[in-house]
Design a protein around this ligand. Sequence first.
Ligand SMILES: Cc1ncc(COP(=O)(O)O)c(C=O)c1O
Length: 364
Amino acid sequence: MGGMSPSLDDLPLRDDLRGLTPYGAPQAPLPVALNVNENTHPVPEEVADDILDAVARALRDVNRYPDREFTQLRESFAEYLGHGLTPDRIWAANGSNEVLQHLLQAFGGPGRTAMGFGPTYSMYPLLSRATGAQYISGTRGSDFTLDASSAAAQVAEQRPDVVFLCAPNNPTGTPLGLDVIEAVYDATDGIVIVDEAYQEFAPRESPSALTLLGERERLVVSRTMSKAFAFAGARVGYLAADATLIDALRLVRLPYHLSALTQAAATAALSHSTTMLRMVDEIVGQRDRMSATLDALGYRAYESWTNFVLFDGVDDPQATWQALYDRGILVRDVGIAHSLRVSAGTEDETTAFLEALASIDSEA
Ligand SMILES: Cc1ncc(COP(=O)(O)O)c(C=O)c1O
């Protein structure tokens, strides 16, 4: 074979996967990594100790399969979310990506459609297609806002089986009003997923879509421990919905999909939610400092209710991305013209980013 490795085209790959590219945010060992909206603060020492104890205890029983229904973890999520939720209305998986995949496996799939409003989270199309559904890209207004009448009209026209509403939106940081969720829900017979991956970074007084769950049996609110809980490496996402909808997800999950170690670690972390969430205010402070300084440098920071900022006014995003990279700082070019996205860092990381950007400007 002359050492030539085959290309994907040579494999009997599913036709509907041909031409797709995998999720691929660069993972580079740079000192200041602000490219994938991680929580830049590590888990506090006293919480880490407790998690370690819990994982050690779980390890003693690791010869047995874990609790398939992750009962204790569900109870912890129900308690954390409040809003009168009970454990039978909670689901969890290895990251909210897997939570979304379960939803698509149950309610999307071949012959069906899923819809999001671009620019939005890049995994929506990928997860939709990989599970066999067609993905429909709806549009947003200027400044990436989405209003109720436009969203409802687009949904009524396209009649998707699954709708993604990212609230607040990645990669733009844009808030989403509850009126949009209500209008979209009323405009469809399909499943409406509100992805609240960044909800903890929104203003305290802003209501979550959890307040809308009530009798809406097709509404799903998805969350993750990756961002506010600084748990990206542990891979834990969850959702709240009607108990019957949760039953549907049992049909598609792999048996024992949440390992005993994951369940133990997440349950222990949730018992320290106040401590775990202490960093959120600090991160919000850095985010707002970032936005203000970006504006002062002559860029335009979009309003953000998340732990990152999208800013425009970048003449050549690829060149600025590279110049920051050369200074040890990793940000994200999300493919929006004249824009880059940057996660809020620790105070030092945020300062390093802002100073590097200012130094690039003064050279240009
Ligand atoms: C909007 C949104 N949803 C879901 C995720 C997935 O998070 P995880 O799979 O780590 O829970 C992300 C991660 O960046 C995100 O931005």
